[in-house]
Design a binder for this molecule. Structure first.
Ligand code: SF4
Length: 757
């Protein structure tokens, strides 16, 4: 960065948007009120007058952080410095507004805490970091990679763990880099949503949800294990609009959330008993003859068997006893749901994080299907979709080096989200379960993971069984983290490479929820010495080829904008009704898709119908029918829940200084009854402990959580040792392997106790 740039940045950090002004502007724009799910408005009030003064270069960006909303962003740059951003008005979904996290984005590239240069730590975990040049960093890494290839006669000793820190499509260059080095070890699967993906694939043949904007057409909305007032603020406006038009909103969640506060009916369901509740509702709908007979006859298989199961094994009384919801309420809501046309269910990502999570999602799908609400506008069992992700994956699809050897015995497809192997190749990558990373690192042998590469992921904050992970992190000979901040993962790495923010790179972003596509333009030069993941791959390739010609096929020079352009194809243009990617510079485009998933009633299952009975599911070792599956047996006195926080996404955002204004430190939440039984009062310092480990923090008493629950939010705080993964183990959920390569994690089937310290 030259002197003039540095001066401009310095000015930008203080002006025009200071921390106080940020808070004032949010208040003026109604965003503070909007955060829990109030109306979203663009900056057109007091703030607008301040921030629109002057001439700006305007760029298009997209929030890439694994949020439902994947907001389209307009960025305003002056003198090479990002001044402020706003939601793009062209997207009816983003509708000119961001969440409070989004409005703090300008602090991200200019954060004083940002990793500025490649650095090496003398002694893993010692804190003795020193700056090195990119050449030195690449040289050290490349020498190690050549060494392990010479030693093992393959690159399987190189392991990659990557997830959702940046979902920009060109970030698949990380996987492309691995491929271009040979056959490597990949931590595969997803910690997020796998059990539900498999469940929807068994029932419907794919995961595909209605357009969220279509929720406005719903006459009845069940928000089941979803908290959009915090996690998808832009969808709330459609829920409110539906309510305004007379729709009833039911929220089902063990925790009384801010979404629950906006609902017409709230059910505090007993944790992991959602499947029982869905089946109890289904039984009542069946008994009353309220199911859609014509729909199930024409469009489904196995309904009669499902009906027999309900009649023989399920009663409303049983469902009530299991779920804690009174029988009369189950009956009322079941009847209303069946009668309202169309009715929809939003299946939140909390539901499938249980040992019976996949079975639960199948029971809820069945409820939507038997009432004829699948394939209808305003209807649907909404979970997510990947229908707008048909890119070229140019960054991902690199060639192996000549003569590369790999893992024998891993042939065959391992799921849609697993890029770890070529189906027909003699060799494959080695695929290990990402949700058991600690165990995999400790037990992988022949060869062991000698080098661990971490990208778009804060393993030590987000992965499970952290005490064991700390042990596992002692094992690799070299750990390389690609990061923007000194996370807990970087603290236990040997080399850290600074990576660009969304404003400093070019890419494209699609959503797994809405139907919009956004281009992400580079509007500012990379700060300090940051490089994009694509550029890092190129730099490593250059060094590898210098050391050992032909050892890496990744191009040695790339232009991130050109690589972004390479991801487009005619199908994408046709789907989004654009002639060229350049059209996206005028604003995001919406896919020309019917708002109702499965509107043609051509399902992707083997029978091409909705499958109440899935033989494929049975072949995969599960129950063919959406039957109740038992919950995990408690191993401690309280249930432990670790949901998403309002002010962050996983471990992201809370470390940004402006966000710290809202969320200065972590707390655990306890019901007053549970607290008094333990002699705990509000504000006490407590220890949350179980067989996995412990966490010490301040307690807040609240009736929003059930009396048998202790709750903490998953998050990473700057300068704070808090880590909820100290008390979360890596027990698998029931499904996920079919489509993602590995089962999910029963994140919400955890137990613990609390005591005052
Ligand atoms: S975190 Fe979500 S709601 Fe906030 S700006 Fe990003 S995509 Fe939008």
């Amino acid at each position: 960065m030259d002197k003039r740039d540095a001066e401009s940045v310095k000015q930008a950090i203080g002006c025009p948007m200071s921390r106080r002004k940020f808070l004032r502007c949010l208040a003026a724009a109604g965003a503070l009120a909007a955060m829990p799910g109030g109306l979203l408005r663009s900056f057109d009030a007091k703030a607008g007058k301040i921030i629109y003064e002057g001439d700006y270069e305007i760029y298009r960006n997209a929030c890439p952080r694994n949020c439902y909303d994947t907001c389209s962003i307009k960025s305003y740059v002056k003198d090479g410095v990002l001044q402020f951003i706003e939601g793009a008005k062209e997207s009816t979904f983003t509708d000119g507004g961001l969440c409070v996290k989004g409005y703090a984005y300008t602090r991200r590239p200019y954060s004083p805490d940002r990793i500025k240069y490649p650095m090496i730590q003398d002694g893993r975990g010692s804190g003795n970091w020193r700056r090195i040049s990119w050449d030195e960093a690449m040289d050290m890494i490349a020498k190690k990679l050549v060494e392990i290839n010479d030693k093992d006669d393959s690159m399987l000793g190189l392991g990659l763990t990557k997830y959702s820190g940046n979902f920009g499509i060109t970030n698949y260059a990380v996987e492309g880099m691995m491929t271009s080095l040979g056959y490597t070890t990949r931590l595969v699967g997803t910690p997020c949503w796998p059990a539900g993906i498999d469940a929807q694939n068994y029932d419907l043949g794919d995961m595909w949800c209605n357009d969220p904007e279509d929720m406005v057409n719903s006459r009845y909305i069940i928000l089941w294990g979803a908290n959009p007032a915090w996690n998808s603020v832009h969808t709330m406006k459609y829920i409110y609009a539906a309510q305004d038009r007379g729709a009833k909103v039911v929220c089902i969640d063990p925790v009384f959330t801010q979404t629950a506060a906006k609902a017409d009916v709230y059910w505090q369901v007993d944790t992991s008993m959602d499947g029982a509740l869905a089946l109890g509702m289904a039984r009542h709908i069946l008994d009353k003859g309220l199911f859609d007979k014509a729909w199930v006859e024409e469009n489904s298989v196995g309904f009669n068997e499902f009906a027999d199961y309900l009649r023989n094994e399920i009663t409303v009384q049983w469902a009530s006893e299991k779920s804690g919801i009174p029988q009369q309420q189950i009956v009322e809501v079941a009847e209303e749901f069946a009668a309202a046309k169309p009715a929809t269910i939003w299946i939140g990502y909390g539901l499938q994080r249980h040992v019976n999570g996949g079975a639960t999602v199948r029971s809820i799908d069945a409820l939507a299907a038997m009432t004829g609400n699948v394939g209808k506008t305003g209807g649907g069992a909404r979970y997510g979709h990947m229908r707008t992700w048909g890119f070229n994956y140019h960054a991902l699809l690199q060639k192996r080096p000549e003569g590369a050897k790999g893992f024998l015995g891993g042939k065959g497809p391992k799921g849609d989200f697993d890029f770890s192997g070529d189906e027909e190749a003699e060799y494959t990558d080695r695929a290990l379960n990402i949700n058991k990373t600690a165990e995999m690192l400790l037990t992988a042998d022949d060869p062991p993971i000698r080098v661990l590469w971490i990208s778009c992921k804060n393993v030590l904050s987000q992965d499970f069984d952290r005490p064991r992970m700390l042990e596992a992190f002692k094992k690799p000979e070299l750990i390389v983290s690609v990061e923007q901040f000194f996370t807990q993962t970087v603290e236990l790495s040997d080399i850290v490479l600074p990576v660009t923010t969304l404003f400093e790179e070019s890419t494209i972003n699609a959503s797994y929820w809405h139907y919009w596509l956004s281009v992400n333009e580079q509007g500012i030069k990379p700060m300090y010495e940051a490089k994009s993941n694509t550029e890092i791959a190129a730099a490593l390739s250059a060094r590898m080829n210098k050391l050992k010609p032909g050892s890496c096929t990744f191009p040695t020079e790339v232009d991130t904008r050109q690589w972004m352009i390479k991801e487009f194809n005619q199908d994408i243009y046709d789907l989004f009704g654009i002639d060229s990617w350049q059209d996206l510079k005028k604003g995001p485009a919406k896919a020309k898709m019917h708002p109702a998933s499965w509107h043609d009633l051509e399902f992707g299952t083997p029978s091409k119908k909705y499958e109440f009975r899935s033989d494929l599911c049975a072949q995969h070792g599960h129950q063919a029918l959406p039957k109740f599956k038992a919950a995990r047996k408690p191993y401690d006195k309280l249930r432990l829940l670790t949901p998403h926080t309002k002010f962050g996404i996983h471990s992201q955002f809370i470390n940004i200084d402006w966000m710290e204004e809202f969320n200065k430190k972590p707390y655990c939440y306890l019901h007053p009854t549970a607290a008094s039984e333990r002699g705990i009062t509000d504000g006490d310092q407590v220890r949350v402990f179980n067989k996995v480990g412990e966490v010490e923090l301040e307690v807040k008493l609240t009736q929003n959580v059930p009396a048998d629950v202790v709750m903490m939010y998953e998050a990473w705080f700057r300068n704070n040792a808090y880590n909820c993964q100290n008390v979360v183990d890596d027990t698998s959920s029931d499904m996920g392997k079919y489509k993602t390569g590995a089962p999910g994690v029963a994140i919400h089937d955890q137990f613990a106790d609390v005591e005052k310290v």
